[in-house]
Write a protein of this length. Structure first.
Length: 153
């Protein structure tokens, strides 16, 4: 066999191996289109308790995950899963002071915190000096778009 013929056969075998998926026979894998992603449902009045931190100085003036420009003097917050526009009442467990904030960003990045609040919200609930505190979150209002999407499911 000539060198060109051997090279041609080798390339054909290579393409055949690439075209055949390695897991085609594997029945333990599920079709991703058939698996339904479980979405967390939120309702007004739902409460959570955990640790909160505040942010604002480095993020001030930058774009948030929702597309808004972050203003540390506004009552806003970052949460991992709550829909943008959700209004949340955050209450400091020790001082019993509370503020209503709007979810405009994603975070916190640390798994030990449940929410990051703006500097102004931290001032209002009395946790600015501490930097972090145990808080209770209560969903006060969900955005209209969330209610519409939930009703369609």
């Amino acid at each position: 066999m000539t060198y060109v013929t051997k090279l041609f056969i080798l390339l054909c075998l290579g393409f055949c191996l690439l075209a055949y998926p390695a897991h085609a026979d594997d029945s333990s894998r599920q079709d991703k289109s058939k698996t339904k992603k479980s979405e967390t449902q939120f309702v007004v009045g739902q409460t959570y308790t955990g640790t909160s931190a505040w942010y604002g100085l480095r993020a001030h003036g930058k774009r948030t995950a929702s597309g808004q420009i972050f203003d540390s003097t506004q009552l806003t917050a970052a949460h991992r899963t709550l829909p943008f526009g959700t209004m949340v009442k955050i209450t400091h467990k020790k001082t019993k002071k509370s503020a209503i904030v709007q979810i405009t960003d994603r975070g916190p990045s640390s798994p030990s915190y449940i929410i990051d609040i703006s500097r102004q919200a931290a001032i209002n609930i009395g946790m600015l000096r501490q930097g972090r505190a145990t808080v209770t979150l209560e969903i006060v209002a969900l955005p209209a778009s969330y209610a519409y999407n939930s009703a369609r499911k």
